[in-house]
Design a protein around this ligand. Structure first.
Ligand code: MLC
Length: 492
């Protein structure tokens, strides 16, 4: 099962149907049919072949949402290339690591952003590729892909600090997309407002794929902008919306008849990538008249568990395993625990990645007898609903973006005068959590200089919101930092 035949129901079968409208930062709208996307991506595929790309090669994208990402995604899959989507907020350190690890032939970015890339990285400007593609044939190139052909390497930070590329295959994306399209009842009549970035699996694996498989209509925005979101809902009148909890918190600023009217025209709001506070679910229900459907996934597994489309969407839970995904709750010995007892969630299914790119050891550690260990702790109720209770790792999730403290701590301790550092997530009403750094310093440390340095090296959401000087970090006898014993810090 490769992806193209699934896309063909829309690309070929609904060639004349309006497929997408793209909103540029200027507010300008451009529209395309599915047939337009088929031809644009064929031309783009020929442009990539002309640059020497062959099946199995990697191509990195460093782009905000725009129609050319879709052209590039389809072109790569048509050629059997492997896409490496890179978060546009990533900076020097993250980009250097991903490029060294994935070894893409090039990083595609806009001419304006090319200068921001670290020296020595081969980049192709999007503008030059688009100009080149315009001269090429619009006939589809023939390259065969199978279920186990890799489609994308999506980087996800590990507890070691260095991020690893989850190898997601055609079969993984296909299984995820088929399951979600049916579980959430997507049809060609839907209108999907796409605000999630296409460089993460929430926007890419879920949003882009339910749109392509159902042949519905999509409005693609460059990014979520809470000042404009209500207007987008009013002018576009979407039936479906996918978001991270931060977006739903922002949408609560819209109240009264305005929110009720938006809700009345929609049929489904889905939240994921971070826990949705029950209070947000409740306020959204009273303002918009919809119970947000919360679901649970990971970069490595795509979607695993979801509250039902019909039936009870239980606040604070992630619902029931999706069709095709099996979920176990196990103790430290890897034995299943009874309902009501906490354990680690292990998952298995055609949605689960085949491992990490060129990291046999990390892959072996992540799987046990074919089951993927999520590292998330949860409990299954007697009636099957699963509730997440915590994580094995120190992962922080801010605005739906994952942050691993170790990566920030390593950078902090490279700075003169910082002897030790511990980064923890503190609660934040809008973003869920924000990182705060506890530092043990040997000398007067130039915190402003350190902050600017971090901004050049790491994505802005990873830069600590505050630096708290401490005399020592509380440690266990084995030397592990006891984060819960650090003095409390709260956002004011
Ligand atoms: C945020 N910024 C972006 C951006 N999102 N820049 C470009 N593209 C985006 N998509 C930058 C802003 O420029 C700003 O930078 C800073 O982030 C904060 O922006 P804001 O507008 O003040 O933020 P806010 O209203 O809080 O909203 C942030 C957000 C963003 C919700 C729009 O956090 C976001 O897009 N989150 C989605 C994350 C996501 O898709 N996760 C899926 C992972 S997959 P500066 O420099 O001014 O600070 C996964 C698996 C699963 O986890 O199950 O889904």
């Amino acid at each position: 099962m490769s992806l193209l035949p699934l896309y063909d129901r829309s690309l070929l079968g609904r060639a004349l149907a309006p497929a997408i409208e793209c909103v540029a930062a200027t507010g300008e709208l451009t529209t395309f049919t599915f047939g337009d996307l088929e031809r644009r991506s064929n031309r783009m595929a020929h442009a990539l072949s002309a640059r020497g790309m062959v099946a199995g090669d990697r191509l990195a994208f460093f782009l905000t949402n725009r129609v050319e990402i879709i052209d590039l995604w389809l072109a790569c899959l048509k050629l059997g290339l492997i896409v490496v989507p890179v978060n546009v907020l990533y900076r020097e350190r993250e980009m250097t690591h991903i490029v060294a690890d994935a070894e893409p032939v090039a990083v595609v970015t806009t001419a304006a952003q090319q200068g921001d890339l670290p020296a020595g990285i081969v980049s192709w400007s999007l503008e030059s590729l688009v100009a080149d593609a315009a001269l090429r044939s619009e006939l589809r190139p023939e390259v065969r892909c199978a279920a186990d052909t890799p489609a994308a390497l999506v980087y996800t930070s590990g507890t070691t600090g260095a991020s690893k590329g989850a190898v997601l295959t055609h079969g993984n994306f296909a299984a995820n997309a088929l399951v979600l399209t049916s579980a959430w009842e997507f049809t060609s009549h839907d209108r999907y407002l796409a605000v999630l970035p296409l460089f993460h699996v929430h926007g890419l694996g879920n949003g882009l794929h339910v749109w392509l498989l159902s042949g519905c209509h999509m409005r693609l925005t460059e990014r979520f902008d809470h000042a404009q979101a209500a207007e987008w809902f009013e002018t576009y009148q979407p039936t479906v919306f996918f978001g991270v909890p931060t977006m739903f918190v922002r949408l609560l600023e819209v109240t009264g008849a305005r929110a009720a009217a938006i809700g009345a025209r929609a049929r489904l709001f889905v939240s994921g990538s971070a826990p949705l506070p029950a209070s947000v679910l409740e306020s959204f229900r009273s303002q918009y008249g919809h119970v947000i459907l919360e679901r649970y996934g990971m970069t490595e597994t795509l979607m695993n568990v979801s509250n039902p489309y019909y039936g009870e969407r239980r606040a604070g839970t992630i619902g029931l395993p999706l069709p095709l995904t099996a979920v176990r709750v196990v103790n430290d010995a890897g034995e299943d625990v009874p309902a009501g007892t906490s354990g680690e969630l292990w998952v298995r299914g055609p949605n689960v990645c085949r491992g990490y790119w060129r990291r046999a050891e990390a892959t072996a550690a992540a799987f046990h007898d074919g089951w993927f260990r999520t590292g998330d702790i949860g409990v299954r109720a007697a009636d099957g609903y699963i509730t997440l209770e915590g994580r094995r790792s120190d992962l922080i999730i801010s605005g739906g973006f994952n942050i691993y403290p170790r990566e920030i701590e390593e950078l902090l301790t490279e700075w003169p005068g910082v002897q030790e550092a511990a980064v923890v997530g503190v609660p934040d009403a809008v973003r869920g959590e924000v990182p705060v750094a506890y530092v043990v310093c040997t000398a007067d440390v130039d915190l402003e200089g350190l902050t600017s340095h971090m901004r050049t090296q790491l994505a802005s959401f990873k830069v600590p919101r505050a630096f708290v000087p401490v005399h020592a970090l509380p440690r266990t006898a084995l030397g592990k930092v006891q984060r819960h014993l650090l003095p409390p810090w709260t956002t004011s």
